[in-house]
Design a protein around this ligand. Structure first.
Ligand SMILES: [Zn+2]
Length: 92
Protein backbone atom coordinates (compact mmCIF):
# COMPACT_ATOMS: atom_id res chain seq x y z
CA UNK A 1 0.00 0.00 0.00
CA UNK A 2 1.36 3.41 -0.84
CA UNK A 3 1.97 5.98 1.86
CA UNK A 4 -0.83 8.13 0.45
CA UNK A 5 -3.38 5.31 0.64
CA UNK A 6 -2.23 4.42 4.13
CA UNK A 7 -2.81 7.95 5.39
CA UNK A 8 -6.23 8.07 3.67
CA UNK A 9 -7.06 4.84 5.44
CA UNK A 10 -6.14 6.25 8.86
CA UNK A 11 -8.34 9.29 8.22
CA UNK A 12 -11.25 7.06 7.18
CA UNK A 13 -10.88 4.88 10.26
CA UNK A 14 -10.72 7.97 12.48
CA UNK A 15 -13.87 9.32 10.80
CA UNK A 16 -15.71 6.11 11.69
CA UNK A 17 -14.53 6.32 15.31
CA UNK A 18 -15.56 9.99 15.55
CA UNK A 19 -19.03 8.96 14.38
CA UNK A 20 -19.33 6.15 16.88
CA UNK A 21 -17.57 7.44 19.98
CA UNK A 22 -18.44 10.07 22.53
CA UNK A 23 -16.66 12.25 25.05
CA UNK A 24 -12.93 11.92 25.56
CA UNK A 25 -12.71 8.87 23.26
CA UNK A 26 -14.17 10.91 20.47
CA UNK A 27 -11.71 13.71 21.20
CA UNK A 28 -8.85 11.23 20.94
CA UNK A 29 -10.14 10.01 17.60
CA UNK A 30 -10.32 13.63 16.44
CA UNK A 31 -6.72 14.05 17.57
CA UNK A 32 -5.64 11.08 15.46
CA UNK A 33 -7.53 12.48 12.49
CA UNK A 34 -5.82 15.87 12.89
CA UNK A 35 -2.37 14.24 12.96
CA UNK A 36 -3.19 12.14 9.89
CA UNK A 37 -4.28 15.25 8.00
CA UNK A 38 -0.97 16.92 8.86
CA UNK A 39 0.84 13.85 7.53
CA UNK A 40 -1.25 13.98 4.38
CA UNK A 41 -0.21 17.60 3.75
CA UNK A 42 3.45 16.74 4.25
CA UNK A 43 3.18 13.76 1.94
CA UNK A 44 1.65 15.90 -0.80
CA UNK A 45 4.47 18.44 -0.44
CA UNK A 46 7.16 15.78 -0.50
CA UNK A 47 5.80 14.01 -3.56
CA UNK A 48 4.72 16.93 -5.66
CA UNK A 49 6.13 17.32 -9.16
CA UNK A 50 9.13 19.65 -9.11
CA UNK A 51 8.52 20.80 -12.65
CA UNK A 52 5.07 22.33 -12.09
CA UNK A 53 5.19 22.51 -8.26
CA UNK A 54 2.14 20.29 -7.99
CA UNK A 55 -0.19 22.32 -10.19
CA UNK A 56 -0.02 19.90 -13.12
CA UNK A 57 0.16 22.87 -15.46
CA UNK A 58 3.07 24.76 -16.98
CA UNK A 59 2.40 28.35 -17.94
CA UNK A 60 4.61 30.20 -20.33
CA UNK A 61 4.59 33.67 -21.77
CA UNK A 62 4.02 34.04 -25.48
CA UNK A 63 4.67 37.35 -27.16
CA UNK A 64 1.90 38.46 -29.53
CA UNK A 65 3.41 41.28 -31.50
CA UNK A 66 1.53 44.20 -32.95
CA UNK A 67 -0.12 43.34 -36.26
CA UNK A 68 -2.91 44.42 -38.58
CA UNK A 69 -5.45 42.80 -36.28
CA UNK A 70 -3.80 43.94 -33.03
CA UNK A 71 -3.24 47.55 -32.01
CA UNK A 72 -0.51 46.85 -29.48
CA UNK A 73 1.78 43.92 -28.84
CA UNK A 74 0.89 41.89 -25.74
CA UNK A 75 2.36 39.07 -23.70
CA UNK A 76 -0.09 36.17 -23.45
CA UNK A 77 0.12 33.49 -20.81
CA UNK A 78 -0.37 30.04 -22.27
CA UNK A 79 -1.09 27.03 -20.06
CA UNK A 80 -0.08 23.49 -21.01
CA UNK A 81 -0.27 20.18 -19.20
CA UNK A 82 3.00 19.44 -17.41
CA UNK A 83 4.91 16.78 -19.39
CA UNK A 84 6.83 15.60 -16.34
CA UNK A 85 3.80 14.43 -14.33
CA UNK A 86 1.20 14.40 -17.14
CA UNK A 87 -0.99 16.79 -15.19
CA UNK A 88 -1.19 14.83 -11.95
CA UNK A 89 1.09 17.24 -10.07
CA UNK A 90 2.87 14.31 -8.44
CA UNK A 91 6.15 12.43 -8.79
CA UNK A 92 6.22 8.87 -10.22
ZN1 LIG B 1 4.24 18.39 -13.16
Amino acid sequence: MTERKLIKNIIRQADILIEELEGTFRQRAEGIRAVAILLQKQEVKRNQCEECEGSGVITSDVARPQSFSRDVGVIDEVAATCEECLGTGRKE
